[in-house]
Design a protein around this ligand. Structure first.
Ligand code: AMP
Length: 230
């Protein structure tokens, strides 16, 4: 199964992606984490990406596409993947089409997480990540760790992402509105898109996402897709 997860910063993509991927036994690929791995390694690509990330801007398409293409070429995605944070604009969506066509595979679902912007700011301001494993995500109010500043899962130190400062989050939201939100129109005519509310508890949203995946595309949209692929 191959799934895309789209949604503004703070919608809970990372939190849901880990759970969905585990539930569906597929690889979780986070575009942001791929870049942060480059930053941790101190690579030239990482240094360049960091500048864009700290400014709340998208990393240049050619860089991001290459990073994702390499990741999708690894054998562990044969059973499927959940791609979180890519594509973030139309150029990337078209590149993903080419990559998938090249590997004779296709997407099964695109989940679009929807959330009011005021809630995004609240969520991101309190978001804390574990230094030992960034997939361990907490929130100072909504899902606080048992011991302040320590990860419940592995004891790692919790920290705030440098691009989670409010001024940067507002820029990231602008970029989302102008560049990423239109990506849903790339997938809607193919009957792949489901919009789900990202408000509520983690389990509640996960249940919504799983229900959306098992419902699959609706028939009318399926016909549109079949007609456009002929
Ligand atoms: P995320 O971890 O998904 O919130 O992404 C953090 C930052 O990484 C974004 O604000 C961008 O600067 C960069 N980034 C992540 N995914 C992409 C992408 N698909 N295209 C360009 N930049 C990206």
């Amino acid at each position: 199964m191959r799934i895309l997860l789209i949604g503004p910063p703070g919608a809970g993509k990372g939190t849901q992606a880990v759970r969905l991927a585990t539930h569906l036994s597929i690889e979780h690929i986070s575009a942001g984490d791929l870049l942060r791995e480059h930053i941790d390694r101190g690579s030239e690509l990482g240094r360049d990406a960091r500048t864009h990330m700290l400014a709340g801007l998208l990393v240049p398409d050619e860089v991001m596409i290459e990073v994702v293409e390499k990741r999708l070429a690894r054998r562990d995605v044969v059973q499927g993947f959940l791609l979180d944070g890519f594509p973030r604009n139309r150029v990337q969506a078209e590149a993903l089409d080419r990559i998938l066509t090249g590997s004779e595979s296709r997407l099964d679902a695109v989940l679009d997480l929807e959330i009011p912007e005021a809630e995004v700011i609240r969520r991101i301001a309190g978001r804390r990540l574990c230094r030992q494993d960034r997939r361990h995500i907490f929130h100072v109010d909504y899902s606080p760790p048992e011991a302040a500043g320590r990860c419940d899962l592995c004891g790692g130190e919790l920290y705030q992402r440098t691009d989670d400062l409010e001024v940067t989050v507002r820029r990231r939201l602008e970029v989302y509105r102008s560049e990423t939100a239109p990506v849903v129109d790339h997938y809607r005519p193919r009957g792949l898109l489901t919009t789900i509310s990202a408000l509520g508890g983690v389990q509640e949203i996960l249940d919504r996402a799983l229900a959306a995946i098992s419902r699959g595309p609706d028939e009318a949209a399926d016909e549109t897709r079949d007609a456009s692929s002929n």
